[in-house]
Design a protein around this ligand. Structure first.
Ligand SMILES: [Zn+2]
Length: 115
């Protein structure tokens, strides 16, 4: 249900940016691997919700980024692809997240009006 409320929030953000809901074609977002979001699930929820809300032709593009974390034990910084990634140096799982929790709306694409 988390993904569903995210999808709803995204549509709320997008709504004021466009004139005609039917013209919305593409929404691009970036999701960090530590944002706690399942991309597949979000994609599905967004597409379903968008159709119900009156955006029949929209496609969601999800860019993934790697997270940067710092090991709490040996203080090495490494990239984490998911929550399960352990420290490559000491195999510790206690770490401080430096980046990777973001979920940002990058761009929207609207079909141009043909004059
Ligand atoms: Zn470590």
């Amino acid at each position: 249900m988390h993904e569903l409320s995210l999808a709803a929030t995204m549509l709320e953000q997008i709504a004021p940016m466009i004139k005609n809901k039917r013209d919305l074609r593409k929404v691009t977002i970036t999701v960090g691997p530590l944002a706690g979001v399942y991309a597949d699930s979000l994609q599905f929820m967004f597409t379903e919700l968008a159709r119900v809300e009156g955006y029949p032709g929209v496609e969601l593009i999800i860019n993934s980024v790697t997270a940067k974390v710092k090991c709490d034990s040996c203080l090495v910084e490494y990239e984490a692809e998911c929550f399960e990634t352990v420290c490559p140096q000491c195999a510790g799982i206690s770490r401080t997240v430096l980046s990777g929790r973001e979920l940002t709306l990058d761009s929207i694409e609207v079909e141009e009006e043909h004059v």
